[in-house]
Design a protein around this ligand. Structure first.
Ligand SMILES: Cc1ncc(COP(=O)(O)O)c(C=O)c1O
Length: 388
């Protein structure tokens, strides 16, 4: 299966070659911790499953292909992937992070890894000038999320990659919100892509996993060394479920995004909320960048399935939440079922209140993760919940 095959074809076939021994069309799950060796030091490519497992290898090949990368490492969670990436750095290194990243990334940086001597600086990465202003001689990594969670702010990946190249800094992009179907940062110049595979890659809210993808063989080797040393690996069963899930990713993510665009447009035309934040709306200040940067492998614009709404008051927010029937109040996103959450007190609970308020993450903000249910049922649920 070559690089010239289309995304949808690679999603189904790369890493999913029929089993050599039996011809089984669906890959077997290698539930084993260890491997018989012919003699000391002579094995068939695997010696212990912390270091490598055939089912994980299949998944890593599949995900690398979908991100247009050469190497992928799969992890037990998105946070394990991010932490492993940060562990490639040394005490005294400076890391620039988008101010509006996932709350768990903030918590791991500030409350854990800064104790080990890494220096983190949070900035609004929407403008490259802001980023350039804080670059120091010891800056080794810029870590961005685009669009961000939950304010859906975008960072220009191409521009930021050019800046990184100029200063010999690596650029990492958390691509969780778009999935490889909606955005491929390596093609835009990023050095490494991170995923919470828990979200769109898994797509069914039934597992926790993460991934890092890169074209840099030295970085891949170092990431594998840390993965093998620390052992934050996904189980073979979870790898198999993920391999099954990526087969339908293009269909799921496209439908979720189509539903979200329709909902965002209808909500924007209604008087239910004070503000609808969605990169697919013309009133989103970075709509043009979204059109340029976020695209399907077939080259069509795609805006994602996350919408944030400012309800206007906590009372209105709570009444809306308690009246919803289809949207479940839950953390996470990217599954086939629609979810709603209050980032202020849920996903971003560990971010200090003054920091949340300064970036516009207010208590009345609710975040929708739109699934693949029928659009009319989804809209009817929201309409009724606001009207009741
Ligand atoms: C954008 C983003 N990055 C990273 C993570 C962390 O991933 P995980 O929960 O798989 O550890 C999340 C989880 O919500 C997320 O939304």
């Amino acid at each position: 299966m070559g690089k010239k095959d289309q995304f949808q074809t690679r999603a189904i076939h790369v890493g999913n070659e029929p089993d050599h021994e039996t011809g089984a069309i669906v890959a077997p799950i290698h539930l084993t911790s260890t491997y018989e060796q012919e003699e000391v030091g002579k094995d068939k490519g695997y010696d212990y499953s912390r270091g490598g497992n055939p089912t994980r290898k299949r998944l890593e090949e599949n995900l690398a292909s979908l991100e247009n990368g050469d190497h992928c490492l799969a992890f037990s969670s998105g946070m394990a992937a991010t932490t492993t990436l940060f562990q490639t750095l040394s005490a005294g290194d400076h890391i620039i992070i988008g101010r509006n990243v996932y709350g768990g990334t903030y918590r791991m940086s500030v409350e854990v890894l800064s104790r080990h001597g890494l220096e983190f600086e949070f900035v609004d990465t929407r403008s490259p000038e802001n980023v350039e202003a804080v670059i120091k001689p010891n800056t080794k990594l810029i870590f961005i999320e685009t669009p961000t969670n939950p304010l859906l702010e975008l960072t220009d990946i191409k521009q930021t990659a050019a800046l990184c190249q100029q200063h010999n800094i690596k650029l990492a992009v958390d691509n969780t919100f778009m999935s490889p179907y909606g955005q491929r940062p390596l093609d835009l110049g990023a050095d490494v892509v991170m995923h919470s595979a828990t979200k769109f890659i898994g797509g069914h809210s039934d597992l926790i996993a993460g991934a890092l993808v890169t074209n840099d063989p030295n970085l891949a080797q170092e990431l594998h060394f840390i993965q093998r040393s620390g052992g934050a690996i996904p189980s073979p069963f979870d790898c198999w479920i993920l391999l099954r899930s990526t087969k339908t990713m293009a269909l799921r993510v496209q439908k979720q995004s189509d539903n979200a665009l329709e909902l965002a447009q209808r909500l924007n035309a209604s008087s239910f909320v004070d503000e609808v934040i969605y990169p697919g709306l013309e009133n989103h200040v970075q709509h043009e960048l979204a059109k340029k940067q976020q695209s399907t492998p077939d080259g069509n614009c795609i805006f994602g399935s996350m919408i944030s709404l400012r309800c206007g008051s906590i009372e209105k927010r709570d009444s809306f939440l308690s009246n919803l029937r289809l949207f479940s109040l839950a953390e996470s996103l990217g599954g086939v079922e629609s979810l709603v959450c209050v980032p202020y007190g849920m996903t971003h609970a560990s971010v200090p209140p003054d920091m949340k308020i300064s970036m516009g993450l207010t208590e009345d903000l609710v975040r929708l993760s739109v699934g693949i249910e029928h659009i009319e049922d989804l809209y009817a649920d929201i309409e009724r919940a606001f009207k009741e």
